[in-house]
Design a protein around this ligand. Structure first.
Ligand code: 13P
Length: 291
């Protein structure tokens, strides 16, 4: 069933859980996520990342996402991830998405605030939820891709990247967003070194504002750190890289087990990748929902 992001996160807050949010740039991934959530009977968020337009455009995958969400046996929010422009957010809203992320986190604070506020006004008028980002969530050179920008050494210092609790309060009060993506050391893509998370920062921000928080860069975090993050107020966890790689790993294993005398059939490969991703999605959902 199709739900708004806001409703899903309010529910997660009551139950002290996080809702898994998975990028779905193709049909295999879309089915793996919905079916994985149905098998565990938990709500889920499916999202289209604007950087994945090259894999499947919003206008192609969007209607499929909505149709699958409506038909699902569990609550599903359909979300635009890292929307970079007013136009992209409006395109998603017109398609029937129940939530959009407007990511102007690379812009100056006042501009991020003013532009986000404008999107909130329109989105809320048609019962669509809005996520925004404050701080800077770094993108690893391997995988990821969302919000990828080059950074100077100065910009990479934690005090310049991580979300400032006081600014977060001002931003949320002024914009009226439904959830805030906060930066505390998680990165998009594969970690090149052990994750260094400033988990205390989540509670510090929570003391300032009572709003559901979003963790981007959910792949590669330990079960213990996920639990601390959830108990501190993270209600949406964005997760893609490990699921994507799980599909690839399953294919490598399958191909290695086959006689090499003729090429494999693509429909078989599609199913193999789907199974590998679904297994990975379920593992993540068990942790996010504290099952
Ligand atoms: P990962 O690359 O860590 O899976 O994070 C995905 C994400 O944050 C999408 O917005």
């Amino acid at each position: 069933m199709l739900v708004t992001l806001k409703d899903s996160l309010v529910h997660a807050e009551k139950e002290n859980k996080a809702v898994g949010a998975f990028n779905v740039p193709n049909y295999e991934t879309l089915r793996a996520v919905i079916h994985g959530a149905e098998e565990l009977n938990v709500p889920v968020i499916i999202q289209h990342a604007e950087v994945h337009e090259n894999l499947m455009s919003l206008s192609e995958i969007g209607p499929m996402m909505i149709a699958m969400a409506k038909k699902a046996k569990v609550p599903v929010a359909v979300h635009l991830d890292h929307g970079s422009s007013f136009e992209k957010c409006m395109e998603a809203i017109r398609l029937g998405f129940t939530s959009v992320m407007y990511d102007a986190s690379d812009k100056p604070f006042a501009q991020n605030l003013a532009e986000t506020k404008e999107i909130v006004k329109i989105a809320h008028a048609v019962d669509v939820s809005v996520e925004a980002e404050l701080g800077s969530i770094y993108t690893s050179v391997i995988g990821g891709g969302e919000g990828r920008v080059e950074r100077t050494a100065e910009e990479l210092k934690p005090e310049n990247m991580y979300t400032d609790p006081k600014l977060a309060k001002e931003f949320v009060t002024e914009t009226g967003i439904d959830c805030l993506a906060i930066a505390f050391g998680a990165v998009h893509g594969l970690y090149l070194t052990k994750p260094q998370l400033d988990l205390k920062r989540i509670s510090q921000i929570k003391q300032e504002i009572d709003l559901p928080f979003v963790m981007h860069g959910g792949s590669g975090v330990s079960a213990e750190n996920y639990a601390v993050a959830i108990n501190s107020g993270i209600r949406k966890i964005n997760y893609y890289t490990y699921m994507n790689q799980a599909g690839g790993r399953e294919l490598v294993n399958y191909l290695g087990s086959q006689e090499a005398n003729q090429p494999p059939f693509f429909d078989t490969l599609s199913l193999v990748a789907y199974e590998g991703m679904k297994r990975n999605v379920k593992e993540a959902l068990v942790i996010f929902n504290q099952l």
